[in-house]
Design a protein around this ligand. Sequence first.
Ligand SMILES: [Ca+2]
Length: 275
Amino acid sequence: MIALIFFFALLWDNAEAWGFKDGVLHNSIWLERAAGVYHRESRTGKYQLTYAEAKAVCEYEGGHLATYQQLEAARKIGFHVCAAGWMAKGRVGYPIVKAGPNCGFGKTGIVDYGFRLNRSERWDAYCYNPNGKECGGVFTDSKHVFKSPGYPNEYENEQICYWHIRVKYGQQIHLQFLEFDVEDDTACMADFLEVYDSYDDINGFVGRFCGDELPDDIISTGNVMTLKFLTDASVTAGGFQIRYVTMDMPSKSGDGKNTTSQGKTNFLSGKFGIM
Ligand SMILES: [Ca+2]
């Protein structure tokens, strides 16, 4: 009985956390304040990290693997990721806020795979960085300019920012980089901005950017986009200014009267890497 009450309390929680704003379904606090917890996958893709590697990734970025309790605390304020990752002490799981048929077996809560005996198994990672300065936001406006934290001053170390762009259904997002200066290294290991053509930082990876060369414009396939900015513990740079504007999706009639600027623009189609 208590379990049942708890279950309905959770449902109520979820109903509160998700909603429509400007015709867009989103969780307004999703990842904006994830209580220092963030999701990380290998540079080579999903489910590539052993326990030791996952631990190293988090420590490299100034934090450590999140405990189950830290992940649950983040989940309670809207942290929702559909990918299993290592937690502290060799536990594996993922946080589900919104139940769905394709993720979390239709349940909410931490989907817990338990403590793994085989630490060579490969999963993603959930890091906790108590010093990580959270930033970012959720935008639903038809256009917006957003900046790295502190811009035009240099951004700070140990920054974890997520920007979620959610425009009206039937519209696309055109990203344009106005200024860009992020600590440069060959594989963008230190500081980087990642762009995802999707609702989260799991699907639709578009590219990872660092250095001071202005990335090309990016146009989404759908009405959502996610940007993730991570900085490590040393060396900062000027930061960035990015503008997005919404565009109506081209009609499917095939008239071809699309006069959108060509050239330095990447029209995305599904999973498309432009690194
Ligand atoms: Ca740095």
